[in-house]
Write a protein that binds this ligand. Structure first.
Ligand SMILES: [Zn+2]
Length: 338
């Protein structure tokens, strides 16, 4: 009886040990399985099955993005190198700082009949003025005279402060400043700081007290300029009907160089420079054929909005002008080949 009991005890022990071993083995196997799953999820980035063709697609797309960034950086470097400030807008609301430096200036007086010994303009404007005066001469208008060009910030300050001083005898300082601003430009708000603006008058008016008067409009010289200056890249900047937009009353003597074909576009569409820059920004792209039959595309790009530069429309070989119109903002003028 004792032997039989001992046998049963051994048998039960063997069965228990076997069951325990089996469960232990399963637990270990399950644990490995979990580790395998986790590794797989890490490799595929989300527990999905790996699909080699999709991964390739993603790599190609990634490469294209990098290539596009490289292209855009390269184009913007080129734009930076070629940029001018031909279309820089200066008015009461868009001012130039004391530190603004125009492109190199040249004295136009040697070639162009003037009322002073020194009148400075940017070279691009000077070349255009020369053509303008030659054309006027050829049409028999020999009395046009250049009167005033580049005016540095420091000089604007001098003029303004002198006016404030003269008014401060009659008014308190605040009022004197307001009164002065009505007759003299507040420093930084004058286009003359760019070296792209020129005041002109006639020989006849120069013998009077003030040659820069509304009357200039009715002289043969004023009339001729009104009708022809756009052909040489100049706009009559302050027309009476635009004074609410420009912030300046009629000035039939003040011409601004903006270049070809912009001057023609503004003149023919009867829009001010302010309206023109707005139109380019809003439209994004303007196609224009000038009076010589040359076709241009004029468009606006920003660092963050440059799709056109990567399209077939952009052609760096046909660039006429790149003008910076704000920080990382450009108006690009390009000739269209026919
Ligand atoms: Zn002026």
């Amino acid at each position: 009886m004792g032997k039989k009991l001992a046998f049963i005890f051994v048998l039960i022990s063997i069965i228990l040990v076997s069951i325990y071993s089996y469960r232990l083995k399963n637990d270990i196997l399950n644990a490995f399985h979990v580790i395998d799953k986790k590794t797989e999820m890490l490799n595929t980035g989300g527990g999905e099955e790996m699909d080699p063709s999709r991964l390739d697609g993603r790599l190609v797309e990634y490469d294209e993005n990098i290539q596009e960034e490289i292209d855009v950086d390269f184009i913007f470097e080129e734009l930076e190198r070629r940029k001018t400030d031909q279309l820089i807008l200066v008015n009461k609301w868009n001012t130039l700082s004391e530190n603004y430096e125009p492109a190199p200036l040249v004295n136009i007086v040697g070639d162009i009949p003037s009322s002073k010994n020194e009148i400075l303009l940017q070279e691009s404007a000077y070349k255009a003025v020369k053509e303008l005066f030659e054309a006027a001469n050829n049409d028999g208008l020999t009395g046009i005279r250049a009167v005033s060009g580049y005016r540095p910030y420091s000089y604007q300050s001098q003029l303004y402060n002198a006016k404030v001083n003269s008014f401060s005898n009659e008014y308190d300082l605040e009022t004197a400043r307001i009164k002065a601003a009505e007759v003299v430009a507040i420093p930084g708000t004058s286009e003359h700081q760019t070296g792209l603006a020129l005041d002109v008058s006639s020989l006849e008016l120069l013998s009077t007290a003030d040659p820069l008067v509304e009357e200039f409009k009715y002289t043969p010289e004023g009339q001729w300029l009104y009708n022809n200056s756009w052909k040489y890249g100049f706009v009559l900047r302050y027309l009476p009907e635009k004074k609410d937009i420009t912030g300046i009353i009629s000035e039939p003597w003040h011409f601004r160089y903006v270049g070809i074909p912009h001057a023609e576009y503004m003149t023919k569409n009867k829009i001010s420079f302010e309206e023109y820059i707005n139109e380019i920004k809003e439209e994004g792209l303007i196609i224009f054929e000038d009076f010589n039959g040359n076709k241009y595309q004029i468009y606006y790009v920003q660092k963050g909005n440059h799709d056109i530069l990567l399209s077939d429309l952009f052609d760096s070989n046909n660039l006429v002008n790149v003008s910076e119109v704000g920080e990382d903002e450009y108006v690009i003028t390009q000739k269209i080949d026919e």
